[in-house]
Structure formats: structure tokens, C-alpha cells
Design a protein around this ligand. Structure first.
Ligand SMILES: Cc1cc2nc3c(=O)[nH]c(=O)nc-3n(C[C@H](O)[C@H](O)[C@H](O)COP(=O)(O)OP(=O)(O)OC[C@H]3O[C@@H](n4cnc5c(N)ncnc54)[C@H](O)[C@@H]3O)c2cc1C
Length: 598
């Protein structure tokens, strides 16, 4: 079975050398987040991930969740409830939550790093606190003071869980079709009736109460997405004295059997006249739910990254130990019966694609986490707005690209293992099965691409795009002409230019024919993602060059950063040329194909 070692040295580099935390200095969340505190939090989280959650990962996969059909109760695999209680008692569920409701108020980028480790160790487990945090965010942003006081403290402590209920049997991507009804009652509450499917953490035995956030339609609501409202539907009603009251009319009536994340309960939920409380205004529910969806999309990207990181570690260990064949340049370990497969160029390529993807994505995720913190917590509205442009643009990119790379890297991890990767003993095939869902839920990756091209490019009069290109161009300008950096700055410059040209092409063509947006979508998103990764790798290379010149230690670490940056620029970034060519091939070759001929 794989073991997991949290990437603390990389986090240390990113926090202390790579991120520009000066911009966050005025934030209340930073008052507590001194470098020492962040280091202590991350190393404690690493211990939980490595010693508590990772050993449960295979058990969760083997046993899965079980439904008692009569009661509708779901029991978790052995060890999960105890681990969850310890997790809550140690304060992890309140790490980034508002201190007014019992949280520790640490910056969200610290939360993202913790999330990567927890997901790397046990993605099924991570879903439960992750969903609760998402539901917390919605109530925190859109709930009344009374709703916040009633629900948030127990969600922050982890005593109560949270869920999001969007999907119905006939509607997933197209939520405008949803049918769940919400009838107003005399006391100002509503009665919710309908069926929701595939609801993660919809029922389980690790918490005392589950706070479902449910999208539904009131009787006179307009058709489509403009007629959707959002409701809090607790599993147990909450009495005025905050004790738990009657069981509400919501029940788990089915549990999916599925390919991966088997310890994450995927539930069919039946709502029968369940008491629900409106959040925000009627018919504005989708906008409120998007508070959760946007945060959840970033976290879903981080899930992909986490599992990639665990799969890569397993692949490296195996590549060091497995002896097969000899190096093409002659035996490298003549005293052994064969060389370790690490000597073979093709194996090294798989490992380096994985490493460059993971470390670049980790940098991009945390860089975006800083912008997220500025967007929500900076006192100056102009700073908040500016940071929001970056986050808006990067949310679909991170969700789709990080989950794509999660699947790619998990598959490469299996490939490095050969047959041992396909059979269950080594545990790497679990990563490939577990990570696959991340490309589908929280809005499929195809839908993320549409969001990027159809909405984010056009929104805010081009400010979203400017929020990306301005720092990239500024950085290029700062370092252009420095010969020792040319191998990093040159490719970044070319790729940024290619992205600008391709963006102009997409913009022009989709204004004449909307199908062009859909046809360009996924290729354009990947082109954008690779350029953003090039920005991250060039920035890391500049720091690594400087440190190596100074000669102050950690040479192996900085040299590896530089070599990985070099690999990215020469062996991964060139994909942008073919992506741009595919975008420019346009919608014709897709749409001219006769429907009958499929
Ligand atoms: C394990 C698991 C957990 C889940 N957890 C939750 C949860 O907690 N809460 C919840 O509400 N839901 C949850 N879901 C549902 C999930 O969010 C949906 O499956 C997802 O949004 C896609 O919807 P769909 O499956 O209906 O696919 P569809 O919408 O039917 O899409 C099918 C295909 O068509 C494409 N497509 C659809 N519309 C368009 C379009 N307009 N343009 C281009 N392509 C399009 C999609 O990209 C996809 O490839 C979960 C699902 C699973 C499997």
C-alpha cells in the first residue's frame, strides 16, 4: 500500500519565498498567520494526513459506506467516525472559519494547503468537512443573523455536517430543469418535496445533524434558472434552545455503488414535506449556491492535485525499487541483476510530467488562494475587486486543469508500476478510480471550459483577462534580457503572446457564431492553464536561480526546482502550439459531421 509524505518543504518554499504575502498584511486573518504559526499548522496537518487518514484510505475503499434501507441510516467504514471526531476536536473543521462562530479565522490559502494534504491521504474522508465548509460559506454569506447563529457554530465545530443538493434524476448540468417544490407555510418556512440524486455526504453516522442546502422552486417561480430558490433543510429540526428536535421529512433512500471514493456516501435523497428555510431572496437561489460552487470548484481542483501528489510519490518509490533492464547508456548499477526502472528515459518522462504538473499547480493554487483572501477580506474595495477578477478567471481553469492533471498523473503512476499498478495490492489503481470523479462533479470540465470562454472572457469589460496578463507582462518586462533566465522567460513570453492571439481569435469568431465558443472551450482552457503554469514555473525558476547563485544551502531543492522548470518549458509548454491550432480549426469539423452518422 502507498505511504504518503506531505510536501512540507515545498509549502515552506511557496509561503516564505514565492507568494507575495505583503499584499495581505492588513488582513485580520494574517494577524494570526505568522510564518511560525503557518508552519506549525501545516506540519500538524501533515501528521494527521500521514498517520491517521492515509491508513484509512484503503479500508474505506474496501468496505465502503453501507445503507440500512429501513431506517435510511448510512454507516461509515470502520475507523472513520473516530478519525472524524479527532479531526473536529483538533479544530481542523474551523481552521479558516469566522472566529465569531468559533473558527480560527486563518487565511483561506492555509486551508487550501491543508486540503491538498487531506485529499492526498484520503479523498473520501476529505469530502465530509469539505462539503460542510461549503455549506457554511453559503449561510455565512447569505443567511440571516438568526440562521447564522443557529447553524454556523455547530458546523464550524464539526458536530453538524453540510451538503449541497442540486442534482435531480433529469437534471445535472441544466439546473433550469429542476422540479423539487417549495410550498410556503404560514409560519414563514416552506415545505420541500422532491427527489435529489448523487448527494455527497447526504447521510452518514459521523455527525449529530446534517444541514442540507437544497435548490427548489416556489409555486409561482418563473421557469428556468431564474425561478430557483435555496433552502436550509436540516435532518433534525433545531429547537429554540438549540437542542435537536423532530426528525425532518428528508431521508436517504439509496446509496450509489460507484467506481471510486467509496467511503464518500453518494446518496439519493427524498424530501417529503420537509421543513425548509429560505436563504436570501426567492428566485435568487442559484446565485447564492454559486458562493458554494465557486469555492467548491477550487477545492475540487485541489482534490485532483492532492491525489496526483500521492500517486506520484508511489510511482517514485516503485521506480527506485523495481529492477528491469539496463540503462541504454550501459549498466548504471552493475552490482545489481538489473537497473532500477528510474534509469529509463520513458519512466523519467512520466515522473517529470507528474512532478512539473503537481508543483506548478500547487503554486498556482496557492497564488489564487492569496487572491481569494484579498477578494473576500481586504478592507479596500478596489483591491477586493481586482483580486476577484483573477479568482473569477482562474476558478474554471483550476477546477478543470487540476482535475485533468489529477487523472493524467494517477494514470501515469499506474503506468510506472506496470502490471503491479493494475492489480490492487500496490494501491495505486485506487487513485485512478478515486480521482476520476473530480473531472465530472462540481460542473463537468466541459462546462468549466464553457464558463471560461462564454462568461469569464467577456465579463467585467475585459478586466478578468487584464488581471492575468498585467502581472505576466510586468514579470516578463522585469526579467527580459537577463541571459541566465532566457530559457524560462522566452517560452513564457511566446506562450503569453500565443494565448493573447488565440483569445482574440476566439473572441472574434464566437461573436459571429456561438458554436465557436463551445468548439474552442476545452483546448482553449488547457492553453490558458499551461500559460498560467508557465508563469508560475518562471517565477519559481527566478527564485531558484537567485538562491543557487547565493549558495546558501538547500542546493538539491533549488536545483530540482530549476530542472523541473526547464522540463516544463521544453517538454510540456510546447503543447500550447497544438492547442492553439486545434482552437483555430474552429467548429466546422465538429458541427459539419452528420448527426445520423454517429
Ligand atoms: C460521486 C458523485 C458525487 C456527486 N455529488 C453531488 C452533490 O453533492 N450534490 C449535487 O447536487 N450533485 C452531485 N453530483 C452530481 C454532479 O454534480 C453531476 O453529475 C454533474 O454536474 C454533471 O451532471 P450530469 O451527471 O447530469 O451530466 P449531464 O449534465 O447529463 O452531462 C452529460 C455530458 O454532457 C455534457 N454537457 C451537458 N450540458 C452541456 C452543455 N450545455 N454544453 C456542453 N456540454 C454539456 C457534460 O459536460 C457531460 O459530458 C455528484 C455526482 C457523482 C457521480
Amino acid at each position: 500500500m502507498p505511504t504518503y509524505k506531505a510536501p512540507l518543504e515545498d509549502f515552506d518554499f511557496l509561503y516564505n519565498e514565492f507568494l507575495d504575502l505583503g499584499a495581505c498584511a492588513e488582513l485580520p486573518s494574517m494577524a494570526e498567520a505568522s510564518p511560525d504559526v503557518v508552519e506549525a499548522v501545516l506540519s500538524e496537518a501533515a501528521k494527521v494526513a500521514e498517520t491517521v487518514l492515509q491508513p484509512l484510505n484503503a479500508i474505506g475503499d474496501e468496505i465502503g459506506c453501507r445503507l440500512d434501507e429501513a431506517s435510511g441510516e448510512v454507516s461509515m467504514p470502520d475507523g472513520f467516525a473516530t478519525a472524524y471526531r479527532d479531526y473536529c476536536d483538533s479544530g481542523w473543521t474551523g481552521l479558516v472559519a469566522d472566529p465569531d462562530y468559533g473558527g480560527q479565522g486563518l487565511p483561506s490559502f492555509v486551508g487550501l494547503a491543508v486540503s491538498e494534504m487531506i485529499n492526498a491521504a484520503n479523498a473520501s474522508f476529505a469530502a465530509y468537512p469539505g462539503l460542510t465548509l461549503g455549506a457554511y460559506e453559503v449561510i455565512h454569506h447569505h443567511g440571516t443573523d438568526e440562521q447564522k447563529a443557529t447553524y454556523l457554530p455547530k458546523m464550524v465545530s464539526g458536530e453538524w455536517g453540510g451538503t449541497m443538493n442540486l442534482t435531480e434524476p433529469h437534471c445535472g448540468t441544466d439546473l433550469g430543469l429542476l422540479r423539487t417544490r417549495a410550498e410556503p407555510a404560514d409560519d414563514g418556512s416552506y415545505r420541500i418535496t422532491g427527489k435529489k440524486i448523487w448527494i455527497s455526504a447526504g447521510e452518514h453516522d459521523m455527525v449529530d445533524n446534517i444541514i442540507h442546502l437544497v435548490l427548489a422552486r416556489t409555486p409561482d417561480a418563473p421557469a428556468g434558472t431564474r425561478g430557483i430558490s435555496l433552502f436550509i433543510v436540516p435532518k433534525f429540526l433545531v429547537n429554540a434552545d438549540e437542542s435537536l428536535g423532530e426528525r425532518n421529512g428528508v431521508k436517504c433512500v439509496g446509496l450509489e455503488k460507484k467506481m471510486g471514493i467509496k467511503a464518500s456516501a453518494t446518496c439519493e435523497m427524498e424530501y417529503s414535506d420537509a421543513v425548509g428555510y429560505l436563504i436570501g431572496e426567492e428566485n435568487r437561489g442559484l446565485a447564492a449556491m454559486f458562493t458554494m460552487m465557486n469555492a467548491a470548484r477550487l477545492v475540487t481542483g485541489i482534490q485532483g492535485l492532492g491525489m496526483a501528489s500521492a500517486a506520484y510519490q508511489a510511482a517514485v518509490s516503485f521506480a527506485r525499487e523495481r529492477l528491469q533492464g539496463r540503462s541504454l547508456a550501459g549498466p548504471k548499477y552493475p552490482d545489481q541483476p538489473a537497473d532500477p526502472i528510474l534509469v529509463h528515459p520513458d519512466v523519467r518522462k512520466m515522473l517529470l510530467i507528474s512532478r512539473a504538473s503537481i508543483e506548478g499547480a500547487r503554486a498556482l493554487g496557492l497564488y489564487t488562494g492569496v487572491q481569494l483572501e484579498l477578494e473576500f477580506r481586504h478592507p479596500d474595495a478596489a483591491v477586493r475587486r481586482q483580486a476577484g477578477y483573477w479568482v473569477a478567471l482562474m476558478t474554471p481553469i483550476i477546477k478543470a486543469y487540476f482535475t485533468d492533471l489529477g487523472t493524467e498523473v494517477a494514470n501515469l503512476g499506474m503506468q510506472v508500476h506496470g502490471g503491479a499498478g493494475y492489480v490492487r495490492d500496490t494501491g495505486v489503481e485506487q487513485f485512478a478510480r478515486d480521482v476520476r470523479i473530480t473531472q465530472i462533479y462540481e460542473g463537468t470540465n466541459g462546462v468549466q471550459a464553457l464558463d471560461l470562454v462564454g462568461r469569464k472572457l467577456i465579463a467585467n469589460q475585459g478586466e478578468n483577462l487584464k488581471a492575468f496578463f498585467t502581472p505576466v507582462m510586468h514579470f516578463i518586462g522585469e526579467h527580459d534580457g537577463q541571459s541566465e533566465l532566457a530559457e524560462f522567460i522566452g517560452p513564457l513570453k511566446d506562450s503569453a503572446q500565443l494565448l493573447q492571439d488565440t483569445t482574440a481569435w476566439v473572441y472574434q469568431h464566437m461573436s459571429k457564431n456561438p458554436l465557436e465558443a463551445g468548439a474552442a472551450g476545452t483546448d482553449y482552457l488547457r492553453l490558458f492553464a499551461l500559460t498560467a503554469m508557465a508563469f508560475m514555473w518562471a517565477r519559481m525558476a527566478v527564485i531558484a536561480c537567485r538562491r543557487l547563485d547565493e549558495g546558501g544551502g538547500k542546493t538539491v531543492f533549488y536545483q530540482a526546482k530549476l530542472d523541473t522548470a526547464r522540463f516544463f518549458m521544453t517538454r510540456m509548454l510546447p503543447e500550447t502550439t497544438s492547442l492553439a491550432a486545434k482552437v483555430r480549426a474552429g467548429a466546422g469539423p465538429l458541427m459539419d459531421f452528420n448527426d445520423e452518422a454517429f
